[in-house]
Design a protein around this ligand. Structure first.
Ligand code: SF4
Ligand code: SF4
Length: 289
């Protein structure tokens, strides 16, 4: 089973729940696809790490010795990445899209393209199996592509080690990296919370999972902070025919667990929240509504 855990917005507790699910399983492949801000490796401190370079994009670089400051490239760059600053033509690394146009039109061959090789993919062992995660370099794009590579590696490891469960901690939002995270998985769990923005984000996320025809579950975190909104979320799920995995009470122990580098399942296994998470996990893995 490949399960992707996502949320329409950050801060819903998605990573804590992914960590708990990973430690409820005997042996899993745990995948952190939040490549812009991967953090599960901090919690699980994987060993025997293998590191692979990920070349996400190219950036244009000016050779100052060849550049005559003619300014032709400035007019051609539709990303407005090139400008003349104090009589020197300069390219902004963060604005450059890597389209290569400037390198082709420069009459003095003063622009070359340089591969950005600062992003990485890691795979290793952790206490409940194998772990794979990506780390996109600051300012680097193509996070969806890195997510695809991370997922492919996780599948390979799962086959090689006969680990049947893959748990993916997805990125927040509904953009390209999220689409890359959920495409082709067996189930998606959307973690939400009872707030107006939580409900709106949930609706937008469900639109996407419905469009991709994915089996979708909803888990309401901190449900007791606003029981009216929790009821609205539950009604929405019933109307939209979305499976409800459960609801979790607010419990500061979940943060304490993370601070102690443990999942809530490891830190406070008898707590109400750990029990509710275990039931939700069983519900999803058994495929019951
Ligand atoms: S087109 Fe070439 S020579 Fe002219 S400003 Fe750009 S980099 Fe310099
Ligand atoms: S590679 Fe494309 S985006 Fe980057 S500076 Fe050149 S023209 Fe602009």
């Amino acid at each position: 089973m490949e399960l992707a855990i996502i949320s329409g917005k950050g801060g819903t507790g998605k990573s804590s729940i992914s960590a708990a699910f990973a430690t409820l399983s005997e042996k899993v492949v745990l995948v952190d696809c939040d490549v812009d801000a991967a953090n599960l490796h901090i919690l699980f401190n994987p060993t025997e790490l293998e590191e692979q370079v990920y070349v996400g994009s190219q950036k244009a670089i000016i050779n100052e010795e060849l550049c005559t400051n003619c300014g032709i490239c400035i007019d051609y760059c539709r990303f407005e990445a090139i400008s003349n600053i104090e009589d020197k033509v300069t390219i902004s690394e963060t604005s450059c899209d890597g389209c290569k146009l400037c390198s082709r039109i420069c009459p003095f061959q003063a622009i070359s393209m340089q591969s950005n090789d600062k992003s990485r993919m890691f795979s290793g062992n952790f206490r409940n199996g194998k772990m794979v995660y990506g780390r996109l370099a600051p300012g680097e794009e193509n996070s969806g592509k890195l997510v695809n590579i991370v997922r492919a590696q996780a599948k390979k490891i799962s086959k090689l080690n006969d680990l049947k469960t893959i748990i993916i901690d997805g990125p927040p939002g509904i953009g390209c990296p999220v689409i890359s995270t959920i495409t082709g998985v067996d189930s998606v769990l959307i973690v939400t919370e009872p707030s107006i923005s939580g409900l709106l984000d949930l609706k937008r996320t469900v639109e996407i999972t419905t469009k991709f025809n994915l089996k979708t579950w909803v888990l309401i975190n901190k449900y007791d902070l606003n029981e009216d909104l929790t009821d609205q979320i539950l009604s929405f799920c019933v109307e939209a025919k979305i499976n409800i995995a459960g609801k979790l009470p607010f419990d500061p122990k979940i943060v304490e667990a993370m601070v102690n580098c443990k999942s809530i399942t490891e830190y406070a296994p008898e707590s109400e929240i750990a029990t509710a998470i275990a039931i939700a996990f069983k519900t999803i893995t058994n495929g019951k509504d």
